[in-house]
Design a protein around this ligand. Structure first.
Ligand code: NAI
Length: 332
């Protein structure tokens, strides 16, 4: 695999956290070359396109994209670029690991949940229409093919990582056909993995159980919308959105991004927490066979968090993004 990656600097806090993460990657000796592009709202206003053609061409060449968040205006206007990227490159597996860090105090201890979110269908398929002026219509699409591949990935991951259990989250009691299909495929696939416990939970119960006793969960596999919502919930269990990384994997393409958005409320203030994006970059290094470098960065972050002297405001500190970045670099 080449050491050149594509980088999309997005909106809001995107450019700030991208600068911090690239500096840390360089200081850690990741040995990467970057093809960097501005994408999102600002790029649209300047050039009339959300992602420049050269940005797509770069990703099609490097096959590895480190993408910072992009603003998607609510309501009418352009469709989510995030959804578009996932569909265009069939990045069907959105993997979101939420792990407690002993240095970050939350009401929940020993949380270690890896969420596998199906990334290409469900209500995100974008099949919507106005039936008349009073009624809008969105179609939920669930296919056997897409359910099977994400569920298989979740079980394969469980085997590889020595995990014990995979939980399927659905609402098959109400959406008997679509969610029923997802659940049925889950149990079909689970028969190939007798060593891994397979269970299912209805999404509302899963949400309550995640807050009451998150330690009972190990690997979760779920549909697009439930995965989107529940993974923000799991970020809350471990200390917030500034701490949840993700990878989006498909056939031959890999995109790495923080779970959080462009955080317009703190954009430009230099106080964004770059940890989620940095950990996404660590997942990228592991994907590229640079696990040692990823481990070095993770250890440096752990030491900074344990010392507790340099924390961004979302974690109760007063440090700027740049001060945090420098502290991580000092501990490499
Ligand atoms: P958000 O995740 O941007 O922010 C939610 C809250 O978390 C805010 O109070 C924000 O300040 C805080 N937060 C988020 N990341 C943080 C960080 N790294 N450090 C410190 N605090 C952080 O969610 P919101 O406000 O709903 O969405 C803003 C925009 O981002 C929307 O246009 C949305 O569509 C877009 N978005 C983009 C995503 C992506 O590009 N992958 C993912 C989620 C949302």
């Amino acid at each position: 695999m080449s050491d050149t990656i594509t980088v999309f600097k997005g909106d809001g806090i995107g450019p700030e956290i991208t600068d911090a993460v690239l500096k840390i990657l360089d200081a850690a000796g990741a040995g990467l070359t970057y093809e960097i592009f501005s994408v999102g709202e600002a790029e649209y206003e300047a050039c009339g396109q959300l992602i420049p053609e050269e940005g797509f061409a770069s990703f099609e060449k490097t096959r590895v994209l480190l993408k910072s968040p992009i603003t998607t205006p609510v309501g009418k206007g352009f469709r989510s670029l995030n959804v578009m990227m996932r569909k265009k490159y069939d990045l069907y597996a959105n993997i979101r690991p939420a792990r407690s860090n002993s240095a970050i105090k939350t009401p929940f201890e020993n949380v270690d949940i890896v969420m596998f979110r199906e990334n290409t269908e469900d209500l995100y398929a974008g099949v919507e229409e106005m039936i008349n002026e009073e009624t809008a219509h969105s179609i939920k699409i669930i296919t056997r093919k897409c359910s099977k591949r994400i569920i298989k990935d979740a079980f394969e991951y469980a085997v590889r990582q020595g995990r014990k259990k995979v939980t399927c989250v659905h609402k098959a009691n109400i959406m008997k056909l679509s969610d029923g299909l997802f659940r049925d495929v889950f149990y079909e696939v689970s028969r190939e993995y007798p060593q891994i416990e397979a269970e299912d939970k209805i999404v509302d119960n899963a949400a309550m159980q995640l807050v009451m006793r998150p330690q009972q969960f190990d690997v979760i596999v779920t549909e697009n919308l439930y995965g989107d919502i529940l993974s923000d919930l799991t970020s809350g269990l471990i200390g917030g959105l500034g701490l949840l990384p993700s990878s989006n994997l498909g056939c031959g393409y890999a995109m790495f991004e923080a779970v959080h958005g462009s955080a317009p409320d703190i954009a430009g203030k230099g106080i964004a927490n770059p940890t989620a994006f940095l950990w996404s970059a660590c997942m990228m290094l592991e994907h590229m066979g640079k696990s040692e470098c990823a481990a070095k960065i993770r250890q440096a972050v752990d030491r900074v968090l344990e010392e507790g002297k340099v924390k961004t405001p979302d974690l109760g500190g007063t440090a700027t993004t740049a001060e945090y970045q420098d502290a991580v670099i000092q501990h490499l």
